[in-house]
Design a protein around this ligand. Structure first.
Ligand code: SF4
Length: 347
């Protein structure tokens, strides 16, 4: 759906349209990146790929390898094939089974983008009071503007510990019956830290309704479908427009006494047996998370070109879906390997 940005002036919008016309995204996008100069490429990839927001999952993929993230967008069929693999499906089933332990799925018909977002907000509207009374909640959405970009994610589990701490628990499934190595661990820690940034900014009242309308290009006055209105009513909420749902949610958040997240932890389960492998408690370093996030967003906001893994992490390419087509691996890594090969043969 092509929607105008609420805040864009017509001049800026015209310039954006011109840019898009000149550099329309194609399946050859990455080849295009290679052929063009840095100056020509330095426009905003969010516009190029039609993204209104970024997801936490995508930013975590990026922290593993940025080039891989770009390929997952421009070569979606390769990722789709991977998603059909049994271990990926098994991981998804374990997540779903955990969610269904405490939730029922209620089908609600939707007819607009606003309806779809309203359902997510209504889920949050229902979960906040449950969490406040000490119940465990699963699949809790979090969102907000961080470093100028709207970011969305879904927290696996939130609960209070016996000490009264608010605990975020992220469920990960692993093919190997062992804890992950440091590179995977770093990506997972970045993920839960991002969730905390988003959650804490929500409870601090930093999410404004204008952010939701403007960044996601949703219409506040959009009348909600009958199914969504009926669903809201079944939870005691009388709403007819999207803005009314947003107002209701922000009111519940601001009136709640939810604290910031006190403890971040990641639970690793073995895919084959579903048994717990171990639990990792993650320290939170806000300055480091913000530095990592700014570095990732520098690509999305057009400040630099995408990059693949450094030579020290070239081992990641061996299990990468895009190994056969990756230009970074072919050119940058082979260039880096040449002097190393030469020096090793001299010693
Ligand atoms: Fe990244 Fe290597 Fe995969 Fe290329 S082959 S996308 S550099 S992990």
């Amino acid at each position: 759906v092509d929607r105008p940005s609420v805040s864009s002036s017509s001049l800026v919008q015209k310039q954006n349209e011109e840019t898009l016309k000149q550099e329309a995204p194609t399946n050859e996008a990455l080849g295009g990146l290679k052929r063009k100069s840095l100056h020509e490429n330095s426009f905003n990839p969010m516009r190029r790929f039609g993204k209104k927001h970024l997801s936490v999952t995508l930013l975590c993929d990026q922290s593993w390898c940025e080039m891989k993230t770009v390929y997952s967008i421009i070569k979606p069929h390769i990722k789709r094939k991977h998603m059909q693999r049994s271990e990926v499906q098994m991981g998804m089933q374990i997540h779903l089974a955990r969610e269904l332990q405490i939730k029922d799925i209620v089908p609600v018909s939707t007819s607009s983008l606003e309806d779809i977002e309203a359902i997510k907000l209504l889920n949050m509207f229902n979960m906040i009071p449950l969490l406040e009374t000490g119940e465990l909640v699963r699949e809790f959405p979090v969102f907000g503007v961080q470093e100028g970009v709207f970011i969305m994610g879904v927290i696996d589990e939130l609960m209070y510990s016996q000490k009264g701490e608010l605990v975020l628990n992220e469920l990960k499934t692993r093919k190997q019956n062992s804890m992950p190595h440091s590179a995977q661990d770093k990506t997972n820690c970045f993920q839960v830290a991002l969730y905390k940034l988003l959650f804490d900014s929500m409870v601090h009242g930093e999410v404004k309704k204008d952010h939701i309308f403007r960044h996601l290009r949703l219409y506040p006055d959009q009348v909600l479908g009958e199914g969504v209105q009926a669903h809201a009513k079944s939870h005691g909420l009388q709403v007819s427009t999207f803005e009314e749902v947003v107002d209701a949610l922000l009111m519940v958040v601001s009136c709640s006494d939810l604290p910031c997240i006190d403890l971040l932890q990641i639970e690793y389960h073995h895919q084959g047996s579903s048994e717990l492998i171990g639990t990792r408690v993650v320290p939170f370093d806000e300055a480091q998370v913000r530095t990592d996030l700014q570095s990732h967003l520098a690509y999305w906001t057009g400040k630099r070109e995408p990059k693949g893994v450094d030579i020290e992490e070239a081992w990641k390419c061996q299990s990468c879906l895009y190994e056969d087509i990756c230009e970074w691996r072919k050119t940058r890594l082979s260039m880096s390997e040449q002097p190393a090969a030469h020096s090793s043969s001299c010693t």
